[in-house]
Design a protein around this ligand. Sequence first.
Ligand code: F6P
Length: 358
Amino acid sequence: MLRIGLLTSGGDCQALNATMRGVVKTILNKSKEPVEIWGIEDGYQGLIYGRWHKLEWQNLSGVLTQGGTILGTSRTPFKRLDTPEADGVDKVPAMKRNYNKLKLDCLFMLGGNGSTKTANRLAQEGLNIIALPKTIDNDTWGTDITFGFTSAIDVATRCIDDIHTTASSHGRVFVIEIMGHKVGWIPLHAGIAGGADVILIPEIPYEMENVVKAIEQREKDGGRFAIVVVAEGAITKEEAAMPKKAYKKKVAARVKPSVAYDIAEEIAQRTGREVRVAVPGHTQRGGAPDSQDRIFATQCGVEGALACLRGEFGIMVAKRNNKMCCVPLTEVAGKLKYVDPESDLVREAKALGISFGD
Ligand code: F6P
């Protein structure tokens, strides 16, 4: 009997179910022995507290196009992994106990950076873990792409498209805030796909003077409106030069809801233009996966299942240079993948006339 567990951890995304379907269908198709599948509920919390249920193939049928996660998810921050829960439960020993209680041969963990660090820790504690690279942010080190990313770009792009018409009618400047945590992958891609005039991402600190210049230039050129796409982690050159602690303090002291509102106010003051803010927020993680995500999620599920059947554990499934592969968790854990400011895409966007405010 082969016993596998599935767990989705951290912020959700559109292609989690599609990935789990890929794992389950492949395992059932290829395993030479009978298979038992356990769905761990609500991320690592379910493993800590013993919340799970048995899954049959029917549970994974018809979910290819279904966003969210049929298992539920939660955040269990890595930095608090060795701090007992409020009720005194010690997380790592509890997870090991429950893994053994279920007699798992392998646990598939679908998660982003923090969750992968925890997976690496559990692998070092002797658990057979296979991580699958989930996150809309696309910041997982060791893989060129993560599932959830292309669907989020699509949602963000549609938002920018829709704002164009109203921005044009009113001749306004719009600041659109796009998710991505500490990196700028979604704003960069959606900004280009949506025809933004300015794109501000954490990897390229900006100066407000340059942003204002770009908006004024567009007006001089006859543009009635301007679209400024701002990463949620956008940062000025001055802020980038600050010690990390001081910057964190500044962000914590922010009175407005988020960075887009600060930027919008400054643009309005400096240009005298009418400025509005749009924040698509969690819609970027919602809805059905796009076709690219469905394909990549399926590839991840299939490759993860095949690795499990080969007895290869302590790895993350990845895509590198268009080839699917497995990367050791020890190599991935704790690293972030940033946008390269010298990349072709940034160079081309600049050549097109998009300002990054630098
Ligand atoms: O990691 C995905 C993500 O959507 C980030 O882009 C964003 O910073 C964060 O999660 C939001 O987290 P939460 O869902 O906890 O509000």
